[in-house]
Design a protein around this ligand. Structure first.
Ligand SMILES: C[S@@+](CC[C@H](N)C(=O)[O-])C[C@H]1O[C@@H](n2cnc3c(N)ncnc32)[C@H](O)[C@@H]1O
Ligand code: SF4
Length: 442
């Protein structure tokens, strides 16, 4: 259900708050965590014998979309991509040396645009992973794809490698908005990508949509959602455009006067949500939608939904190991982030070191607050870290306005209003007051 758009809600939705794909969030990691710490954490994860998940980051695209907030760079030729893949092999070997032949429950290829990998490079990397780790039966093997580069042969190749889930970046189908974000992909291209994947046997398809883009209107949201739901992806994520030009200088190509204001962003988010619910999708967390029989919907209904760096997931693994420049790993002991730049990352790997440059060792208070934040974003309610905890001062106004109830050791958001979930979560973030600039809550 969507909340009615009041001036109070517009003001709340414009508040800058983190997206909370981890707690603490990456700006609060420090250089105190070293490769030696991370090596110990990997060894400890390996000896449990429990399944782990892998995330492999491929930070290349043929061209850079002006809105892009991802860690990636343009590569028109394949040489830098092949050189990068060679270092990924070396990092896989380093990780395997510490972790041992762990069972894998999930592999996720993200970027950037992982389908930019030349086919022989991709095959070599998957074979390397299969040699060093154990692929569990039913393992989810997912990839983020740029639909402009999906071909029937490319899709068959992915299927042969065991890829069984694909996320397509659709964003918008409005030609005026596509022109404003330097990403031209007509509906026929998206249809062809869906058809190629399905013909190859990859039927678990997710699509990303965005609102708040330059020149985007309610009509363009209506047209985009109507066309996309006809293609019936199993899952649809609806992301608000995060305008962070101080971190992503290419976003300065987007003119401020072309961006919808907070009220328009909120209206676009709510329209997309209403249209997806009307089309038979179920809301999952704050920004995902899935078909009623999809595992993500079932997990949301069963209260077992999780949130990690890739967003909402059914993944239950305790450890998510990031491979590639800038990727972040999570183990029960803490977070470790690889060098963000390709050169620093490659230098460390070539020296035989895990390429970690910062991270965070989890304290009991972090674990308790992280659980509350994850519960709020997955279930819109949480047990307080301590039952007698006073209402955090940041929540007092929301409680008074009737958005949030805090009673009997629990916090709960009325009507599961997704518009304020990140704000409520941020009230439990002990690091937030110490800085960081963020995008709007909606
Ligand atoms: C790695 S990209 C997806 C794969 C592929 N590179 C593509 O663009 O099709 C991940 C997703 O992040 C989202 N995204 C990128 N930049 C964003 C931003 N500034 N704000 C919000 N979402 C963003 C887009 O929806 C995009 O599909
Ligand atoms: S949105 Fe996707 S294709 Fe565009 S620059 Fe970012 S990662 Fe690359």
């Amino acid at each position: 259900m969507t909340a009615s758009i009041s001036p109070e809600l517009v003001a709340l939705s414009g508040q800058p708050v983190p997206r909370y794909t981890s707690y603490p969030t990456a700006p609060h990691f420090s250089a105190d965590i070293t490769a030696a710490d991370y090596g110990e954490w990997l060894r400890a994860a390996g000896v449990t014998g429990k399944p782990v998940s892998l995330y492999l980051h491929i930070p290349f695209c043929r061209t850079i979309c002006t809105y892009c907030g991802c860690t990636t760079k343009a590569a028109l030729r394949d040489d830098p991509i092949r050189a990068y893949a060679a270092t990924v092999h070396d990092e896989i070997a380093l990780v395997a040396r510490h972790l041992g032949p762990a069972p894998l429950s999930h592999i996720h290829w993200g970027g950037g645009t992982p389908n930019i990998l030349p086919p022989d490079c991709f095959t070599g990397l998957v074979e390397d992973l299969a040699r060093r780790f154990r692929f569990q039966a039913g393992m989810e093997h997912a990839i983020e794809l740029d639909p402009r580069h999906v071909t029937p042969e490319g899709a068959r190749h992915l299927a042969r490698l065991g890829i069984n889930r694909a996320s397509l970046g659709v964003q918008t189908l409005d030609p005026a908005v596509q022109a404003a974000i330097a990403r031209i992909q007509p509906l026929e291209r998206i249809e062809a990508a869906f058809a190629a994947l399905r013909a190859a046997g990859i039927t678990a398809i997710n699509a990303d949509l965005m609102f708040g883009l330059p020149r985007q209107t309610l009509d363009s949201i209506r047209g985009t959602v109507a066309a996309l739901v006809r293609l019936r992806p199993q899952r649809i994520a609806v992301f608000g455009y995060a305008h962070v030009p101080w971190m992503k200088p290419h976003q300065r190509l987007i003119r401020n006067e072309d961006l919808p204001d907070a009220a328009r962003r909120l209206a676009q988010a709510q329209l997309a949500r209403d249209l997806l619910l009307q089309a038979g999708y179920c809301a999952v967390g704050i920004d995902h939608f899935a078909l009623p029989d999809d595992e993500l919907t079932l997990a949301a209904n069963a209260g077992t939904l999780r949130r990690n760096f890739q967003g909402y997931t059914t993944d239950k693994a305790e450890s998510l190991i990031g491979i590639g420049a800038s990727s972040i790993s999570r183990t029960p002991h803490g977070y470790a982030q690889n060098a963000p730049d390709n050169h620093g990352w490659r230098r460390a790997v070539e020296e035989g070191c895990l390429p970690v440059v910062r991270g965070h060792r989890l304290l009991p208070d972090d674990v308790a607050r992280g659980r509350v934040i994850e519960d709020i974003l997955c279930r819109f309610k949480a047990e307080l870290p301590q039952p007698d905890m006073a209402v955090p001062p940041q929540l007092a106004a929301l409680v008074e306005q009737g958005w949030v109830r805090v009673a009997a050791g629990r916090v709960e958001i009325h009507d599961h209003a997704p518009e304020i979930a990140r704000i409520v979560a941020s009230a439990f973030d002990a690091y937030l007051p110490s800085g960081g600039r963020h995008s709007a809550a909606v």
